[in-house]
Structures are given as C-alpha cells and as structure tokens.
Design a protein around this ligand. Structure first.
Ligand code: S3P
Length: 450
C-alpha cells in the first residue's frame, strides 16, 4: 500500500485583501481522461496544461505500465503514444493509484475488456473506498474482480477475453462509474449503453467524441442515455486542458470572505456539469463575474472575477445541483460559515464516500472553530455567523483529503484566529501550487502549527 509520507502540519492566519490573478492548475478530471484516452489511441496525443498533481502523475505511470509511451516535455506539455483500443499490455507490477478514485476507477474500466490481468492498490484513503460500484457493471462485460471485503482495494481484475456490450443504469450519480463503463465499452463489439438519471460531469463523452468515437447522448424521461459504438479507431488529439474549476473554488471562495479582495481566475473550465458552485455562490450574494467567455478544446471556458462580498446569505442548495458541485461542498461550507443564516445542503450522500467522509470531516472541524453544523445521512446544514464573527482557532484533521485540508486553510484566512490542519500533504494530489499561489495573492500560510 502506498502512503504519502510524513504529515505536513499547516496554519493559515487572518490576512489583508487577496489581490491578483490566480492561475490555478489544469483540470484534474480532464487530465486523467486525456492520458487514458491518449493511451487507447494509436499515434501521438499532445496535451498542454496537464495537471501535474500526484493523482494525475499516478495515472501517467499506470498508462506506461499498460504499454503506452508517456513523455513529460516540461511546463505542463505532455505527449502520449498510445497502443490502441484493446492494445493494453499486461502490467508486470501492481498499479498504485495513490489517493485517486478517478484514476483507479477509470483505469479499471479501460483495461476491463482486454485479455489481461492487473492488480490495483492505493493509499489508506483509496483502499477504504467502495469499488463494487465499478466492478459490478464491469462484470456484465465478463470482467472478474477479486478484492478485499466490501469490494475494497487491493484488488485484481481479470479482463474479459470475449467482452459483450452492456446496457447499464448507473445507480448512484457518479461520473467515475459512467466513465468506467464507457471506457470498457470501447473494446466490446456493438453498442454499450449507459443511462444516468442525474447528469454528472461529461468530460468522457466530450473527449470520446473528440477522439472520433461514435457516441450519442440523448435526454429522455429516464435521464441521459449515452450510446457508444465499440471498437472504434481513435484519432490522436491535441488537448488543451482548461484550468480546474474545483481548484479555482479555493482562491475564489477566499476572495469572497476576505475583506477588500479582488481576484481574477483566468481560463477556468465552466462546463455546466461542473459549475454548480458558482451558481450557488451567486444565489448567496457573491460578487462573481464571468469575463471573456469562449470555447477551448470542446469545453466552455471563461475568466472568473471574485470580489469580497460583505452581504452573503445562507440558502438552500437545490439537491438536483449536487452532482455539478459535488467536490465543492467542503469549501462552500466555509463560505456558508461567513454568511448570515443557515445554508442547507441535501442529496449529498456521495460526500460520505469521497477521499474522506467529507460531511463528517467538515462538521467536526467547523464545530471546533465555533460554527454550528447539523447533519444526517445525506444532508447537512451550516449556520453562518456573518463576516467578522467566525472564531477559528482550532486544528482540524484533513483525513488524507486534499479538499478538506484546503477548505480549513481558507477558513483561517477570514476567521478571528488562525486555523491549522494536521496534514497539508494531500494538497499535492490536486493543487501542488496551492501554497505559493495563495501566498502571492496575499494569504498568510505557514508549514507549522499555530
Ligand atoms: C470525478 C467524478 C466525481 C468527483 C471526482 C472526479 C471524475 O466522483 O468527485 O473528484 O473525474 O469523474 P464520483 O464519480 O465518485 O462522483
């Protein structure tokens, strides 16, 4: 089992206005997919703006283990010489996906319909997360999986030698599950159909179309019906990865709660299946503006400006918006702490099976910092105290979860007293430049306890 090494305690202190441009790294979801689809395609795929966070580096390493030639040209420029659909080689070592649920679940899908065997593992967080949600539909193709109790990693998959196409209704709103089934469907003859009742991020569908696969998406009464024709000839692509809206959420939310702030995030992805946080923040009264809206590489992109917003109000977040902002609830709960009134978040059961149980992790840490939080199995509420009234002062556990660590550090920027996390190490999985970027804007971040 991998681990990420010695814990890195970090502290964030109240600071003056945050100002400047926040050039956040490339989108994590798109980066994983660019490497995996590049590996499934004969010829050279060129990627610019790849996120060089540990999660994506682990996927790059895994693609090499399956036979692709993956080259880092520096400065976020990468190339992948793929092996073609069905061309994966059998890895001779265990595939270690570190902290990344997206990495392991998508790669399992990508190898599931090739006649090879691979064993997967990860860190303590990933090895505690449910994998049956992926191996159950993969079994329909003929893939076998043997793992630990409860469908946990480490786990070995034996790919189907004679895969059959499947029709599968995804039982939980999960782009990872949808994508695993679509990637498996690539090497099954005939049409694989995936139905999702709630729309989740659609980067896999967009990118498959970009690589030349025959894929149709239909909105029906049952939800989104995605039909993929198997065994296509994929054509190598040039992929320009937009900046990650989920990483942008941290400097944006910090700007909203630190008095006098004015921060611009250039070139962030605004795919509607990802942009729910920004709609929610506007409903709360946030001063957010999109500038220079455009389409780059098949994804909508804009420059996003966030200014200090003194009159934030608690709101009820519509549950049907959950999938489009699922990774942003931790930092939303921080903004909600500075709003007037209660913010209610329902339909968010999935938060309990992320890199940590994110409802539990945030509720415990926010309470320690003087905020009232109520929770149930699939909901939670945060009662905001208004600007200037959040006590802070506590040390919070990050539970090997990058977004929990960053959320509490944002809290410390606008609370009355500093806020610490026991381990900021996991931040490197998705946002390796978080510390220098936030410091350049004016944040007071240090690697030590308060
Ligand atoms: C992701 C899907 C989401 C999200 C994760 C990235 C993806 O997970 O939380 O950070 O890239 O497909 P689920 O599919 O489990 O909802």
């Amino acid at each position: 089992m991998s681990s990420h090494g010695t814990p890195i305690p970090m502290t964030s202190r109240p600071c003056g206005p945050l100002k400047g441009a926040a050039r956040v790294p490339g989108d994590k979801s798109i980066s994983h997919r660019a490497l995996i689809l590049g590996a499934l395609c004969v010829g050279e795929t060129q990627i610019t703006g790849l996120l060089e966070g540990q999660d994506v580096l682990d996927t790059a390493k895994a693609m090499r283990a399956f036979g692709a030639e993956v080259t880092d040209h520096g400065g976020g420029n990468w190339s992948v010489h793929g092996v073609g659909v069905g061309g994966f080689a059998e890895p001779d070592q265990v595939i270690d996906c570190g902290n990344s649920g997206t990495g392991v679940r998508l790669i399992m899908g990508a190898m599931a319909t090739s006649p090879i065997t691979a064993t997967f593992t990860g860190d303590a967080s990933l090895n505690g997360r449910p994998m049956a949600r992926v191996t159950d539909p993969l079994a329909l193709f003929g893939t076998q999986a043997v793992g630990r109790a409860g469908g946990r990693l480490p786990m070995t998959l034996v790919g189907a030698a004679d895969p059959v196409p499947v029709e599968y209704t995804v039982p939980v709103p999960s782009a990872q599950v949808k994508s695993a089934v679509l990637l498996a469907g690539l090497n099954a003859p005939g049409k694989t159909v995936v139905i999702e009742a709630e729309a989740t991020r659609d980067h896999t569908e967009r990118m498959l179309a970009g690589f030349g696969a025959e894929i149709a998406v239909e909105e029906t009464e049952k939800g989104r019906v995605i039909t993929l024709t198997g065994q296509p000839e994929l054509t190598p692509q040039k992929i320009d990865v937009p900046r990650d809206p989920s990483s942008a959420a941290f400097p944006v939310c910090a700007a909203l709660i630190v008095p006098g702030s004015d921060v611009l995030v250039p070139g962030i992805g605004l795919n509607p299946t990802r942009a729910g946080l920004y709609t929610t923040l506007r409903e709360m009264g946030a001063d957010l503006t999109y500038e220079n809206e455009r389409v780059e590489g098949g994804e909508p992109v804009a420059d996003l400006r966030a200014r200090f917003s003194p009159d934030l109000k608690g709101i009820e977040v519509p549950p049907e918006r959950a999938a489009s902002m699922i990774d942003e609830y931790p930092v939303l709960s921080v903004v909600a702490s500075f709003a007037d009134g209660q913010t209610v978040m329902r339909g968010v059961k999935e938060l309990r099976v992320k890199e940590s149980d994110r409802i539990d992790a945030m509720a415990t840490g926010l309470r320690a910092n003087g905020i009232t939080v109520d929770e149930g199995p699939d909901w939670w509420t945060v009662t905001g105290l208004g600007h200037g009234n959040v006590p802070g002062g506590a040390t919070c556990a990050s539970h090997l979860d990058h977004r929990i660590a960053m959320s509490f550090l944002i809290l410390g920027m606008a609370a009355q007293r500093p806020v610490s996390v026991d381990d900021g190490g996991p931040i490197a999985t998705s946002f390796p430049i978080f510390e220098p970027l936030m410091r350049d804007l004016g944040a007071h971040l240090a690697r030590s306890n308060a």
